[in-house]
Design a protein around this ligand. Structure first.
Ligand SMILES: N[C@@H](CCC(=O)N[C@@H](CS)C(=O)NCC(=O)O)C(=O)O
Length: 211
């Protein structure tokens, strides 16, 4: 059975797309139209009851949550430079960065994109959204200022957290000014886009480096 990735264009599922391409997996991509609310429909909820992308349907069952999916894929693939072996310090430091993105940065995006989840009152929603935007913009500016080497992770070659950072950067294109155009981050993105697997993932979703 071929694995099937349910994704939303340019959303957090891009991370899984990039990892599947990096390991050369055989898989099929199925687009879920997030703008049309397809993720909340009965058909998609039968695949992922949480009504969110990504979901990866595998011969062993269906897996959700970006971090769980990419860790499973990379550990199974074994021979890859993206995720160091379990139990090593390098693995712990990579997962430390992944955890920051998943548990600190992604919730800020929730404030920005889903302000309606925080209050029924419009002025409160507006404040949640603008505070969220300010905090994420400040975070990206800080990352841009400290991005001294080739990769966000600080590693010699890109690792999983670089791909994850690239995914969050994709969400950051909606900020004003867009996080994509901060000088060191822009250079990082251009470097990452030279990886054939990353280009293939972008092409599958029909998006470009800065869209
Ligand atoms: N914790 C989940 C978050 C998944 C998530 O927030 N997915 C978003 C796209 S980035 C989504 O499906 N949003 C649609 C919605 O909330 O209606 C993960 O990391 O996989």
């Amino acid at each position: 059975m071929t694995m099937k990735l349910y994704y939303g264009t340019g959303s957090c599922s891009l991370l899984v797309h990039m990892v599947l391409e990096e390991i050369g997996a055989t898989f099929e991509s199925v687009k879920v139209d997030l703008a049309a609310g397809e993720q909340r429909g009965e058909a998609y909820r039968a695949i992922n009851a949480k009504g969110k992308v990504p979901a990866l349907v595998t011969p062993e069952g269906t897996l959700t949550e970006c971090v769980a999916i990419v860790e499973w894929l990379l550990d199974r693939h074994g021979d890859n430079a993206l995720l160091p072996k379990p139990g090593t310090w390098a693995r712990a430091k990579t997962m430390e960065q992944v955890a920051t993105l998943a548990t600190e940065v992604h919730p800020l995006f929730n404030r920005f994109f889903h302000e309606g989840d925080f209050s029924d009152e419009k002025p409160v929603q507006a404040a949640v959204k603008s505070h969220g935007a300010r905090k994420i913009s400040a975070w990206f500016a800080q990352q841009d200022a400290s991005l001294a080497g080739d990769w966000w992770s600080g590693a010699r070659e890109p690792v999983l957290s670089d791909l994850y950072f690239r995914r969050d950067r994709a969400l950051g294109r909606w900020l004003d000014p867009p996080a994509t155009r901060l000088p060191n981050i822009e250079a990082f993105l251009n470097r990452l886009a030279t990886r054939p697997a990353v280009s293939r993932a972008l092409a599958r979703e029909g998006i470009t480096l800065f869209s």
